[in-house]
Unconditional design. Structure first.
Length: 148
């Protein structure tokens, strides 16, 4: 909880009205001494708690953490192995892709893979691609006549 400047002014105004101007310095001095004593007691209590509870717990945890380091390293190694095994099982049912099959089926994928077609393959595809660009119906007719 934070008290702003305006709240302090309101409190001082009410205290001035209730206590009067004669007793105000006396009670302000007492309030200051009480706050000073409270701060001193709370800092001593914090110091005692730190010395008697927190530091011994940290000292007790230190050997445990050192003993756990090999176990955590072993766990990381095992998890890595398990991930490799999972990956191999997920890849088990997938068909293997062939580089040349990729170039014939999908030219864009072949280019990404870095597969280049031979000049003979390009010459064989050139008439087929030209016919497909001109008229799809005409290419169907030429295919039928070629198969007969």
């Amino acid at each position: 909880m934070k008290i702003g400047f305006t709240e302090i002014l309101v409190i001082l105004g009410v205290a001035l009205l209730v206590l009067g101007p004669d007793k105000m310095p006396y009670y302000a001095k007492k309030l200051g001494e009480a706050l000073k004593e409270f701060k001193k007691v709370s800092s001593e209590a914090t110091k005692d708690i730190r010395e008697s509870v927190i530091e011994p717990l940290e000292e007790a945890q230190r050997p445990l953490k050192e003993a756990m380091e090999p176990i955590t390293e072993l766990e990381k190694d095992i998890r890595g192995g398990v991930e490799d095994i999972k990956k191999s099982f997920t890849d088990l049912g997938k068909p293997e892709t062939k580089e040349q099959g990729t170039s014939e089926e999908d030219p864009a994928a072949a280019e990404k893979a870095g597969i280049q077609k031979t000049p003979e393959a390009k010459e064989e595809e050139a008439p087929l691609l030209e016919g497909a660009k001109k008229d799809p119906a005409a290419s169907e007719e030429t295919e039928e006549t070629e198969s007969v």
